[in-house]
Write a protein that binds this ligand. Structure first.
Ligand SMILES: Nc1ncnc2c1ncn2[C@@H]1O[C@H](COP(=O)(O)OP(=O)(O)OP(=O)(O)O)[C@@H](O)[C@H]1O
Ligand SMILES: [Mg+2]
Length: 232
């Protein structure tokens, strides 16, 4: 039964509230968010700047402590989870952020390898094959040994996508992964995430302001002032 629930809904959020600050500065920024995400789907979080998209994404992605309400991630409750539980869960997740955070002194391949080293598994030759395969998937087979300084913005973003997917995460969390890209490159990144959903059942939750890629979403959730105001 638990197994089935996990398969159908890798993320279940119920009655989620969140505050920032302490004392007089304490301010509620997330109000009663409820959301159940289907395995293998692509969910887009939209909304004005400051509406709480990144806060909700980081709460769901186990990057921020859940204080009030429930977030069930891959069957585990995050509210009250220990740091050890959180670390184990994060190993099953992938993250892509707008600031791609590539190491400037490492080649594309080495940057992607970093995505495996934090997971600490596999032998080196196998890891290298996996890194090259991930770079092939994002269309960078001919840029394996380039340094970030010699790649375009879109190519760097795709290296960051390869780094996130090389460990075969069950859920991919992405915060404005296409913001720095032109329409075609942005679409490519989202299409890669969609194909992961079809082929591996990877679930993606993505924050975007980019109207041009909304047509690729299975579901669009809109936040305003920390509340879900639309869910289609
Ligand atoms: N670390 C923090 N401390 C205090 N307030 C914060 C913190 N992080 C975010 N906030 C506040 O919480 C609210 C939601 O911020 P959040 O970053 O989630 O918005 P967002 O929808 O991602 O916006 P953007 O589109 O600009 O990235 C904002 O009012 C913001 O000022
Ligand atoms: Mg944000």
């Amino acid at each position: 039964m638990t197994r089935r629930l996990e398969n159908t809904s890798p993320i279940k959020v119920a009655g989620l509230n969140h505050w920032f600050g302490t004392g007089d500065a304490r301010k509620q920024v997330i109000w009663d968010v409820n959301l159940s995400v289907t395995r293998g789907s692509l969910t887009v979080l939209m909304g004005p700047s400051g509406s709480g998209k990144t806060t909700v994404l980081t709460l769901m992605g186990c990057l921020r402590e859940v204080h009030d309400g429930s977030v069930q991630l891959l069957g585990a409750e995050l509210n009250g989870a220990t740091e050890a539980d959180a670390v184990a869960l994060r190993r099953r997740l992938g993250f892509i952020f707008q600031a791609h955070n590539l190491h400037e002194s490492l080649t594309a391949s080495q940057n992607v390898l970093m995505g495996l080293e934090v997971h600490g598994r596999g032998d080196p030759a196998q890891q290298m094959r996996a890194a090259h395969h991930a770079l092939e998937l994002v269309g960078l087979a001919d840029r394996l040994y380039y340094l970030p300084a010699n790649l375009s913005g879109g190519q760097k973003q795709r290296v960051a996508v390869a780094r996130a997917l090389v460990s075969n995460p069950e859920i991919m969390f992405a915060d404005e992964p296409t913001a720095a890209l032109d329409k075609a490159s942005g679409r490519t990144v989202v299409e890669i995430l969609k194909s992961l959903g079809r082929e591996r059942g990877t679930t993606t939750v993505m924050v975007t302001h980019d109207n041009r890629i909304l047509e690729l979403a299975d579901r669009i959730v809109t936040l305003e002032d920390g509340r879900i105001v639309d869910d289609v």
